[in-house]
Structures are given as structure tokens and as C-alpha cells.
Design a protein around this ligand. Structure first.
Ligand code: NAD
Ligand code: IPM
Ligand code: MN
Length: 350
């Protein structure tokens, strides 16, 4: 039997609601499996900040880093809450975890499950994965403002792209393509962002030479948004920078059944640090506390977690249960916990 130390960070808004269901499904799938999770609950996020003034202390980070994996709901307080002015929970918590734990792969699969209505009339076979760089780009916080608050303010937010950082994520994307339909699309904006785009393009071309069986394609990010809507079936693996990947994956969620279904993994492939699994969506303050959130994205994130741990069979059981639940959806609305109960029950049957 195997015991895995799991840090659970439910977070804010709908985070705790969807994580309760994800944990329910994890418990159901591991019961009697020989795998068990030893869970530590971390109360972090806007509520914790408001209560204590702390976002993520060094002790929190060290404690989380001592786990084998992390399951996170969502963070971010109510928009416009004056008590949060100046605090940046997203940067201080979520991005700090991704950067400190070297989650350079942000893996965001998109599948149009059977029975799910896409807003696209003829979406075709939608099954691709976005490999979003997770530790560089415009997210690094390399910015500043001068003459702030004056009509002459200058605000800079510099995108950092290193050859080392780009190469390692591009290599990961090619490895994904080798295991899939052998098609890789680099998305960037090389016509304008010539320095960063040039580096990405050169590295993709170099690594492509080692993978002659992978068909390599390039799209500017603006054109990529066209094709995600008009012909999403053309994509297999998309590799892109941190910010483009953020934007494209909300669009990818929208064409494949909505943000309530989109799962992700923040991965440190070599396992030097624990990887972190979370729905793509945020804390959804507009529906928080009402049992209206779809927990499917969080539940599918546990399948990514199980697969990352090498528990392919258990991951498959979760995915099958979700697939069956999605196929059986009638349009009648169910609460967050009703959806979790239904998926957990299907998992337990198998
Ligand atoms: P959001 O993803 O929270 O919400 C966008 C829309 O999608 C809302 O209408 C919401 O109700 C809906 N939605 C989201 N998840 C849903 C679900 N599971 N089921 C049904 N509907 C769902 O994005 P936002 O409104 O831009 O951000 C809200 C807060 O969350 C902000 O503070 C933002 O910074 C934060 N955020 C955090 C994460 C994260 O923790 N990973 C991700 C995105 C945004
Ligand atoms: C996401 C979110 C985060 C991001 C924010 C909340 C920092 O939008 O996980 O997609 O931009 O990466
Ligand atoms: Mn996002």
C-alpha cells in the first residue's frame, strides 16, 4: 500500500465548495485501492489574509513543500473589497507557489466530452492540450511605475523569457506530442514581440529537429483565437508563454463546455517539488456560497493528480465517472454537492 502526502488548499469563494467534492471523489476512488492520501488542510487566501494579515508565510511554504502533491481550489477575494486594496492574493499566494515550487509546466487539457454542448455549431473532435509556461513571461513581477498617479505615469511590466526556461517547457511539449497525435503548435506574437518571440521560435525549431515525426506549426496568438473557434480540431499540443496560455485556456474552456469543466496541473516534471492541481477557474465571487459551482473541473484536476502520481488506473476511473456523469446530464440544475455525490457514486461502482 502507498501513502501520499497531499496538501489541500481550498482557498476562497467557490474554492472550498468544489474542493469538498474533489476530495469526496478522491476518497471514493482510493477506498480499497491500496493508495491513500494523508491530507493536510491549509487555510489560505483572502479570508485568511483578512483575519491574520498573512498571505503565504515562509512556514506555510515550507510546510506545503513537504508534501508529495497539492490540490488547490481557487483564490481571490470579492472584487472591490477595500480591505484587500494593496494586497495581492493572486501574486502572493498562487503565483508564489507556482514560482517557488518551479511549476514550469502549466498543463491544461481541453476535451469536448460526449454529450456536452459546445457553443460552436460544428466543433469536430476537440482534444488538445495547452502546455503553458508557468514561471516566466510577463508574470515574473519584473515591473514598476514612475510618477505613479500623475498624468505622466509610466508603468512597465517586463516579460522575462530565458533560453533555459523556454527550452525545458518546449521539450516537455514535444514529449506530450510524441504521446499524442504528433502535432505541435507554437503560439506567440513573433511579428511584434521580436525578442521573446524570436527566442521561442528558435528553440522550437531546434527541438523540432530532434522530433522529425512531430508536425510543427506556428500561429500568432491573435490568429490562434480565430482557429480555436473556427477549427479547434486542428490542435493537438499548443505550447505558449504564460500570459498567452492564460488567455487561450479560458477560451479553450468556453468552447468545450465551459469553465466549470476545465482542469489543470502546475507541474514540476522532475519531481524536485510537489506539483499542484487546480481547476482553471477562479473563486467566482458572483456564485460563491450558493452551491451553484460545477465541481467537475476540480474533480478532473484530481484525475490529473492521480496520473501525475503514476496511478493511471485510478485516474481513468475518475475520468470515466466524469464522462458518464456528463453524458447523463439533462439540463436540470444540480447543486455542487449533488454533482460530487453523483460522480463519487459512479466511481464507487467501478
Ligand atoms: P472566475 O473564473 O472566478 O469566474 C468567471 C466566470 O465563470 C464567473 O461568472 C463565474 O461564476 C464562472 N465560473 C467560474 N467557475 C465556475 C464553476 N466551477 N462553475 C460554474 N461557473 C463558474 O474568474 P474571475 O471572475 O475573473 O475571477 C474571480 C477571482 O478569482 C479573482 O480574484 C481572480 O483573480 C481569481 N482567480 C483565481 C484563479 C485561481 O485561483 N487559480 C483563477 C482565475 C481567477
Ligand atoms: C489562472 C489564473 C491565474 C493566472 C491568476 C489568478 C494569477 O487566471 O490560473 O488561470 O493568471 O495564471
Ligand atoms: Mn486564468
Amino acid at each position: 500500500s502507498r501513502s501520499v502526502k497531499l496538501a489541500v488548499i481550498p482557498g476562497d469563494g467557490i474554492g472550498p465548495e468544489v474542493i469538498a467534492e474533489a476530495v469526496k471523489v478522491l476518497d471514493a476512488v482510493t477506498t480499497g485501492s491500496g493508495l491513500s492520501f494523508e491530507k493536510t488542510h491549509f487555510s489560505l487566501g483572502a479570508d485568511r489574509y483578512l483575519a491574520t494579515g498573512d498571505v503565504l508565510t515562509d512556514d506555510d511554504l515550507a510546510a506545503i513543500a513537504g508534501h508529495d502533491a497539492i490540490l488547490l481550489g481557487a483564490v481571490g477575494g470579492k472584487p472591490g473589497d477595500p480591505r484587500l486594496a494593496g494586497a495581492n492574493i493572486e501574486r502572493g499566494l498562487l503565483l508564489k507557489l507556482r514560482f517557488s515550487l518551479d511549476h514550469y509546466v502549466n498543463l491544461r487539457p481541453t476535451t469536448l466530452f460526449p454529450g456536452i454542448a459546445s457553443p460552436l455549431a460544428a466543433p469536430g473532435e476537440v482534444d488538445f492540450v495547452v502546455v503553458r509556461e508557468g514561471t516566466e513571461g510577463p508574470y515574473v513581477g519584473n515591473g514598476g511605475a514612475i510618477r505613479q498617479g500623475t498624468p505622466h505615469e509610466i508603468a512597465n511590466e517586463v516579460s522575462v523569457n530565458t533560453a533555459f526556461g523556454v527550452e525545458r517547457v518546449v521539450r516537455y511539449a514535444f514529449e506530450q506530442a510524441e504521446q499524442r497525435r504528433r502535432k505541435l503548435t507554437l503560439v506567440h506574437k513573433t511579428n511584434v514581440l521580436t525578442f521573446a518571440g524570436g527566442l521561442w521560435k528558435r528553440i522550437v525549431d531546434q527541438v523540432a529537429a530532434e522530433h522529425p515525426d512531430v508536425a510543427v506549426d506556428y500561429l500568432h496568438v491573435d490568429a490562434a483565437t480565430i482557429f480555436l473557434v473556427t477549427d479547434p480540431a486542428r490542435f493537438d499540443v499548443i505550447v505558449t508563454d504564460n500570459l498567452f496560455g492564460d488567455i487561450l485556456t479560458d477560451l479553450a474552456a468556453a468552447i468545450s463546455g465551459g469553465i466549470g469543466l476545465a482542469a489543470s496541473g502546475n507541474i514540476n516534471p522532475a519531481g524536485a517539488f510537489p506539483s499542484m492541481f487546480e481547476p482553471v477557474h477562479g473563486s467566482a465571487p458572483d456564485i460563491a456560497g450558493q452551491q451553484k459551482a460545477d465541481p467537475t473541473a476540480a474533480i478532473l484536476s484530481t484525475a490529473l493528480l492521480l496520473r501525475h502520481l503514476g496511478e493511471r488506473e485510478l485516474a481513468g476511473l475518475v475520468e470515466q465517472a466524469v464522462t458518464a456523469d456528463l453524458a447523463a446530464r439533462t439540463g436540470a440544475s444540480r447543486s455542487t454537492s449533488e454533482i460530487g455525490d453523483a460522480i463519487a457514486a459512479r466511481v464507487a461502482q467501478n
